[in-house]
Design a protein around this ligand. Structure first.
Ligand code: FES
Ligand code: FES
Length: 166
């Protein structure tokens, strides 16, 4: 099948590749770019494990063809750490609040939470639960995921961390 040359920016770096029209963005990210932190749970837009940030939106990358993402600016979990190598507040929050068990959903959860906090830096618990409702976790029961996002919201907003953890 004929392939199309595409370019995009991923985690601040310009990348390129040859893809078939049917190639999903998640496959381009994982197989062409070898960024395997973006997971595949269902490939049917249900689980959210493949969530990335695309031009300022949370996108399930199994729902987008790679050619549709040509020219876009994408952030994956590999791009979340701070420039000095320290963890992003969300990554720290998931670690500190035990927001994961098997970890399979975690990259997608963090990428979704990243956009949620961009849109609403001080979400209520209900807003967090609604905001991550497109991302499924089969392990945690969500309680500590909510706490992890509250931790990050507090840290990014400068509120004492103890309050977020309560
Ligand atoms: S793998 Fe994309 S939503 Fe499940
Ligand atoms: S921690 Fe296992 S699926 Fe969420």
């Amino acid at each position: 099948m004929a392939k199309t040359h595409i370019t995009m920016t991923v985690n601040g770096t310009k990348v390129e590749g040859l893809v078939e029209p049917r190639t999903l963005l998640v496959h381009f990210i994982r197989e062409n770019l070898l960024l395997t932190g973006t997971h595949i749970g269902c490939e049917t837009t249900h689980c959210g494990a493949c969530t990335v940030d695309l031009d300022g939106m949370s996108v399930k990358s199994c729902t987008v063809f790679a050619v549709q993402a040509a020219g876009s600016d994408i952030t994956t979990i590999e791009g979340m750490a701070n420039a000095d190598g320290t963890l992003h507040a969300l990554q720290e929050g998931f670690r500190e609040m035990h927001g994961l068990q098997c970890g399979f959903c975690t990259p997608g959860m963090i990428m979704r939470a990243y956009r949620l906090l961009q849109e609403n830096p001080s979400p209520t618990e209900e807003e967090i639960r609604f905001g991550i409702s497109g991302n499924l976790c089969r392990c945690t029961g969500y309680q500590n995921i909510v706490k992890a996002i509250q931790y990050a919201a507090a840290k990014l907003g400068g509120v004492p961390l103890q309050e977020a953890a309560e």
